[in-house]
Design a protein around this ligand. Structure first.
Ligand SMILES: [Zn+2]
Length: 386
């Protein structure tokens, strides 16, 4: 995989064995700051190559940059080996790190040293730019094991929605309810906007091209560079998806968690956003068939032997629903939620829902009002204001 990707950018001389933590940086006196993460998963190199390629051009136009840019590499030890991770998935451990932000961990996972390093760097960047009153935004670059068009996953905050909506690709809402401990959630919880960008299949040459297009456009939308109209259109056309996958909002309605990826075999040939029907045979797990529990669009089917997410099922969300949800988010309705049957207020902004009492559309109502809904057990939901 490493060798294949290398061919896409033969002019770049990148030593994967010893990749630097800061791939590139430009610190400006004024203007916004953009922080880009690449290679948080060690077998996803398209982001690293795109950063390197773009930074080469940015270096030559430094005097025209109207803000600061930091490009940061992720799991350097996994990059060296060409694998997703060595001991722990670097994109699943941030919840633990924020609960206990010191280096006293004893499980011996290689990834902690990477995480502390990035943690300190992020804190230093925030410190510096916050003091100067400058805005700080984050993006995290990835690719997928299945073939895919580009898409943007993000935690559903209004600010993230605004950033994501600028790009002509599908937008995946509420990923934080299914996947815990991601870098995006960690940054969002610090109070800064952070969206992901998934550029396509790990070894798809187009993925690197899409990464570059996305980065140029983001730099433009963040007002760090100025693209000409025709440049903008050119990059947008690189990102554009196939007609069967409209660039609308999607929400995760089902997450198939996998204990041991080596015992999970996804049926061949699924691409992200392929239509599936309820009852369709999707995979085998521990030699038992796995059928689709509902109809929808298949998302991130697992075609590698590492990771805990077998597949997701998505449903499209209408623009009307989104409009409604941004209107209701800060409305008075929030003050009366505890009056709904089965709903109990625990603290301001946090509720539990007893599903044996509240059966109808509870999750939808809380989503509409901007709550993160996490299933505590069969009968209880926990809902937190984002
Ligand atoms: Zn990834």
């Amino acid at each position: 995989m490493k060798a294949e990707l290398m061919q896409y950018s033969p002019e770049l001389d990148i030593e994967l064995d010893n990749i630097e933590r800061i791939l590139w940086r430009h610190e400006a006196e004024e203007g916004p700051a953009l922080v880009v993460f690449a290679g948080i998963h060690g077998n996803e190199l398209a982001g690293i190559y795109a950063c390197k390629k773009i930074s080469y051009t940015l270096s030559k136009m430094k005097d025209r940059l109207m803000g600061s840019v930091y490009m940061i590499s992720g799991n350097r030890q996994a990059i060296k080996k060409g694998v997703r991770y060595l001991d722990r998935d670097l994109n699943r451990i941030w919840g633990e790190l924020s609960e206990q932000p010191d280096d006293s961990r004893t499980d011996g996972a290689t990834e902690w040293s990477e995480a502390y390093d990035i943690f300190q760097l992020v804190n230093a960047i925030i410190d510096k730019h916050q003091k100067l009153g400058q805005s700080i935004k984050f993006i995290d670059l990835h690719t997928t094991s299945a073939e895919s068009c580009a898409f943007i996953p993000f935690n559903d905050t209004l600010e993230n929605r605004r950033s994501a909506a600028l790009f002509p690709v599908p937008q995946i809402l509420g990923i934080e309810e299914s996947i815990h401990g991601t870098l995006l959630s960690f940054i969002n919880d610090l109070g800064y906007p952070a969206i992901g960008f998934e550029a396509g299949g790990h070894t798809d040459p187009q993925a690197e091209e899409r990464m570059e297009a996305f980065l140029w456009l983001y730099l433009h939308f963040a007002q760090i560079i100025n693209l000409r109209l025709e440049e903008m259109h050119r990059y947008e056309s690189v990102l554009e998806t196939i007609p069967e996958v409209p660039d609308q909002y999607y929400e995760i309605t089902y997450h198939h968690f996998v204990d041991d990826a080596r015992k999970f075999i996804m049926k061949k040939g699924y691409r992200n956003f392929d239509v599936i029907k309820e009852g369709e045979l999707l995979a085998y797990e521990n030699k038992e068939p796995v059928y689709a529990p509902s109809s929808g669009l298949i998302f991130m089917p697992l075609y590698q032997q590492k990771g805990n997410d077998g597949f997701f099922i998505l449903k499209g969300r209408s623009p009307f629903w989104l409009e409604m949800s941004s209107i209701f988010r800060d409305s008075m309705v929030n003050n009366y939620l505890h009056l709904l049957p089965g709903v109990k207020r625990i603290s301001p902004g946090s509720f539990t829902v007893d599903l044996t009492i509240a059966r109808f559309f509870v999750k939808e109502i809380f989503h509409l009002l901007g709550y993160r809904v996490i299933r505590k057990n069969v009968h209880t939901l926990n809902c937190f204001k984002r």
